[in-house]
Design a protein around this ligand. Structure first.
Ligand code: SF4
Length: 314
């Protein structure tokens, strides 16, 4: 069966979206441009979000001192050995808040990345309180020539939860940033954490309804993970009973229910996070990699003969 997003997979996958957009496989390359974050440097807060340990998400070749082009070249070499099919690359500014700097500096970094002959676009991870109209106008201009994806860490639609995890911004700030970016025709990505302390399953489904109303292009979910060295690890040590982790099977079932309710036009970019095993305190799901979890998820969709947006209500 061909679904409304144009292929036969049961959800609007990121791989399918990339293929439709670029006509072939495009590999994302992470670079670390040496940004910091206003929730760490004192402008908004100190200590950061309680779950955050940024060291857990940059590949080894990402060292800011190397500069953008060297990281891109090393990233291409790294990926060529593993995935020979990729000919085009998307540079992903991932670590910390990648719009948190003066505009001229941002321009020089993004345009340096886009000057690489194998790079067809950029993806920029940031916080909703680190964009303003001037930066968004510039990104809109850039997107007339290149693919630009702006990804906001929203994490939750509940201000109570955002406060609890010391996020340092409200849900309303996320809505403002998403609307302003979408108004300028940028591809807007979002990131949410599933299972934050205090969030019930009915709250999660209410959040999906809310997400459906946002003018976003893609969504990433990941399961709550407690990482060593974070404030959340300390909280977990003191009150483990306030955490409610899913087993892998329970989480996959929940993801099926989520995807059935998700607007079909939203690209379902990812639904699990993969922390380094030596840093992960909970939940422990065994040694499955993300691609193996994906196979299990697709099998579940097949078995239940269900698909993205099956129960989506406009
Ligand atoms: S998760 Fe993002 S916003 Fe929060 S402290 Fe870490 S880098 Fe900053």
């Amino acid at each position: 069966m061909l679904y409304t997003w144009g292929d036969t997979r049961r959800f609007n996958s990121y791989a399918g979206y990339m293929k439709r957009t670029f006509g072939g496989r495009v590999q994302k390359l992470t670079v670390d441009a040496g940004f910091t974050c206003p929730n760490r440097d004192g402008r908004v807060g100190v200590g950061g979000c309680t779950f955050c340990n940024n060291a857990s998400f940059s590949p080894g070749y990402c060292i800011p001192e190397k500069g953008v082009i060297q990281q891109i070249n090393e990233g291409i070499t790294f990926h060529e050995v593993r995935y020979r099919r990729a000919e085009k690359y998307l540079v992903y500014f991932q670590a910390y808040s990648n719009t948190y700097a003066p505009l001229d500096y941002l321009k020089s970094l993004y345009e340096e990345a886009l000057s690489h002959p194998k790079v067809v676009g950029i993806a920029i991870g940031t916080r909703p309180d680190c964009v303003d109209e001037e930066k968004l106008d510039y990104l809109a201009q850039l997107s007339e020539k290149y693919y630009v994806n702006l990804e906001f860490g929203v994490e939750s639609c509940s201000n109570e939860t955002l406060k609890h995890i010391n996020r340092g911004h409200t849900y309303e700030q996320s809505v403002w940033a998403i609307n302003e970016a979408a108004k300028r025709n940028l591809n807007v990505g979002t990131h949410f954490i599933i299972g934050l302390p205090g969030e019930s399953e009915s709250g999660i489904f209410a959040m999906i309804n809310e997400i459906n109303r946002l003018p976003i292009s893609s969504v990433k979910f990941h399961q709550l993970q407690v990482i060593a060295g974070t404030a959340m690890a300390t909280e977990y040590g003191h009150s483990a009973e306030s955490f409610n982790f899913y087993t892998l099977d329970g989480y996959l079932e929940l993801m099926v229910r989520i995807v059935e309710r998700l607007r079909p036009t939203i690209v379902f970019e990812r639904f699990t996070g993969e922390a380094r095993p030596e840093t992960l305190i909970a939940p422990i799901w065994g040694k499955l990699r993300n691609d193996q979890v994906l196979v299990k998820f697709e099998k579940l969709l097949d078995e239940q003969n269900t698909w993205q947006g099956r129960f989506f209500v406009e």
